[in-house]
Design a protein around this ligand. Sequence first.
Ligand SMILES: Nc1ncnc2c1ncn2[C@@H]1O[C@H](COP(=O)(O)OP(=O)(O)OP(=O)(O)O)[C@@H](O)[C@H]1O
Length: 602
Amino acid sequence: MTGRHRDRYGYGLGIGFIPPSLVGILLGFGFFLIVKTVRALSRTAWRYRSELAPLVIAGALTVAGWYWHYTHPRWALPIAAGAWTVVLVLLLLPSRWAVVRRCWLPRRIERAYAALCVALAGTWLSAAVTAGPGTGPLPGLGMLFTLAGAIPWWVHRRRRARIQVERRLSAWPGIADQIGLTGSRVASATVGRFGYVVRLALRRGQTVQQAVRAAGGIESGLGARPGSVRIEADPVRADRAIVRVMQVDPLARPIPYPEPIGPSSILRPFPLGVFEDATALAVKLAYRNALIGGVVGSGKSGVLNVLLAGLIACPDVLVWGIDLKGGMELLPWMPSLARLAVEPAQAVRMLRDAVAELDRRAGEQAAAGQRLWQPSPAHPALVLVVDEWAELPAAAAPLADSLARRGRAVCVTLLAATQRPTQKAMQGGAIRSQMDVRICLRVREARDVDLILGQGMNAAGWNAQALDAPGKLLISDPEHNQPRPGRAYWLPDDAVSALAAAHAPIRPRDLADRPEVKQPWPEPSAAPSPTIPPQRESAENTTTAEQKLRDALAGAPQEGTEIGELIQVTGMSRAWVYRQLSALARQRQATQAQRGRWRTTR
Ligand SMILES: Nc1ncnc2c1ncn2[C@@H]1O[C@H](COP(=O)(O)OP(=O)(O)OP(=O)(O)O)[C@@H](O)[C@H]1O
């Protein structure tokens, strides 16, 4: 550089004719670009750290092999011994060591995979330390082993799901700002088969109710399926909220009723359905009144059917039914019901009988100095199943109120279904407050949730408006205090008839048929009164009636012939007709075309 140039462009920075200030700018820009690129690459590497893990481990093993080959070649043996010890621990110990299995690698296939990786890595490293990683087949084997370990890792469904969830949750601070939960953070997240569960640590002063109100925002922020987010309170910490995101709806399809479980007892919980996390949903009915509510078609009768299937399997329960839809729902259960009322007057009579029985039992208990009635086949519990409670006449209200308030201790209880348990239908709420088990199916408005489940439940996250299929429900009882959606089992009509017939032989005798029950029943029991009085079932009558029944079924239209008509045609009792229909259904000669309507199988 000449003196003239130095004078003009300063010392040392000028390159040829480029001015030194421009060189400085270019260098600065270059440095800036390098920093930016390194930062972007490291951010990408961090984001994809899970996918890159096998390659990083392979690289680290190669470097370690090289280093130890020159510095500690004698470590080869201890490395191999250590690796194979880990393999043995992975393969043998966890099968007996439940704690390890549960908190870490829970599945056998995962433990086998981990053991294989450790065996391959340990053996290769030991050979590399002895001979040097670049010797003989070691580089090729290294690549092969890396691929063998990496491919299952890359395709593993749970790992991919976990990473996807982690990436979504990394955006939580921004989402929290947008939805009014600023300062809350993700304390932990676990990924399950159908979605993931996030434990949110709320900022000081934030409440679970705020999180519940923000459920829609959480759904949108996490890009989740509409209606898939559930918020629950943490049972031990008020500053934590549990957010469940159901990516797949495990309850989307009807869940068939499991195989009948045989005679049981009312003291045991009844299978009702399945929760979203695939755990069984069972409900205890002993010493409890139960209320089922939901809009038309939400599956109330379906829930009643499942509970009835459990009840009739118990020889220590007497079941009386009130069905003011003309018997449409409960008539198929007739072979296993001790009584059925299908008209308002019959319903009132039945409730009066139940109150009388309650008083008798209360007296008996007091005389014996006992507090709780112990149900048994000889002294069965009495459950009154009422479909469409709101249809009960006014005269029934005080009787129902008395049963609801006083019946539990003596096992005379109510199982009621209704569309809306309004103040009027529930005696100003007095009866509703006695309902220990509340089952809420789909409702139209938030206030209906509070009507069925209790005041303030909707605000607490019991969001039954979001239930989107019949049979989906929320249950609140002493065993279930979180808004976990479940779905009731589905029991088709032909299964109802088959169950009712199958359990008829184990049903306990009705109270009126028990000489030991010294209750002067004031009026005949409330059985549905067929239009034609039933005839005596003599052998001759029976044969003719059977033929008449077959003829009536054969001539039935596509939608079937009503039970009432079949009773008229045969001139036999309702119970007889049901027994015959159940037998014909089992032989696949008759089928229930619709609830309460039968025809021959075509
Ligand atoms: N648990 C269930 N799983 C799948 N489908 C169901 C279930 N429960 C009910 N359904 C479907 O919904 C329909 C209506 O059910 P259901 O008659 O029990 O409703 P509901 O609430 O009793 O109606 P209503 O108020 O008219 O009596 C059934 O015919 C059936 O197709």
